[in-house]
Design a protein around this ligand. Structure first.
Ligand code: NAP
Length: 251
């Protein structure tokens, strides 16, 4: 039974693998057998050391994902260093908070560029390779704000709603060509991304009270869903946005 989740010999790109959810996903994929290309602007030395300690191969690929400039190189370097590309996890992302009446073009562009534009073009570059080999798994990291509106995060909501939509569009185009495109929508996970919310006593309490599981998620809570969507167990799952949210959306 566990063999359907086995990723032995597979090569996975994980963007933003140095910390938080990306690091946890990289370690979970490696525990399931995958070799890891840890892509980001901050070298993921700790992640690579931990992946190697699990007996897998891992390499750092330096790339600032605020523009599409490094996208093709990331895919080419992964194939060159690790011998292939089977899984893409689009995890790198940023958030900017301000009232919509004051929101700046700079905060709009920065978030849309990293969270949506680069996500699409990484899907395209990896997808071309995966279509040619007749197989591949893409997992985009979406958000509860792929389903809900949020507040004071207009570019983030637009980017994550867009990521959910693109996941479905790409699934429609690529499902018959052996490539699965799905997404994970993490709930409230304790990482750098949510440090401001965790530090705000009132918001922190309100958030925990609304989560049926009664606690913030840990980055490691996302790992199992990523392994599942990257594995043979998900071969017939296309265009799905899987919430891993302690029940938030069920409320
Ligand atoms: P995080 O700890 O802030 O991690 C974000 C990651 O993205 C970091 O590795 C960061 O690298 C990388 N990144 C950002 N901009 C980049 C750029 N221009 N080039 C390369 N890498 C870049 O936050 P996280 O919570 O783990 O977030 C991971 C993903 O989950 C994001 O897409 C986020 O939107 C999503 N998400 C998080 C939550 C949550 O509650 N935490 C909920 C829903 C969705 P640096 O360390 O170099 O900045």
């Amino acid at each position: 039974m566990t063999q359907i989740f086995d990723l032995s010999g597979k090569v996975a790109i994980v963007t933003g693998a140095n910390t938080g959810i990306g690091q946890a996903i990289a370690l979970s994929l490696a525990a399931a057998g995958a070799n890891i290309a840890a892509v980001g602007r901050t070298p993921a030395e700790e992640t690579v050391a931990q992946v190697r300690a699990l007996g897998r191969r891992a390499d750092i690929i330096s790339a600032d994902l605020s523009s599409i400039e490094p996208v093709q190189r990331v895919v080419d370097e992964t194939i060159e260093k690790l011998g292939g590309l089977d899984i893409l996890v689009n995890n790198a992302g940023i958030i900017r908070r301000a009232d919509s009446v004051d929101f700046t073009e700079a905060d709009w562009d920065a978030v849309i560029d990293t969270n949506l534009k680069v996500l699409f073009f990484l899907c395209q570059a990896a997808g071309r390779h995966m279509i040619a080999q007749g197989s591949g798994k893409i997992v985009n990291i979406a958000s509860l704000l792929s389903f809900q509106g949020g507040i004071r995060v207009p570019s983030y909501t637009a980017s994550k709603s867009g990521a959910g939509g693109l996941t479905k569009l790409l699934a429609n185009e690529w499902a018959a060509r052996g490539v699965n495109v799905n997404a994970i929508a993490p709930g409230y996970i304790a990482t750098n991304n949510t440090a401001a919310l965790q530090a705000d006593e009132t918001r922190n309490r309100q958030i925990q009270e609304r989560i049926p599981a009664g606690r913030w998620g840990e980055a490691s809570d996302i790992g199992g869903a990523a392994v599942f969507l990257a594995s043979r167990a998900a071969d017939y799952i296309h265009g799905h946005v899987l919430a891993v949210d302690g029940g938030w959306l069920a409320r």
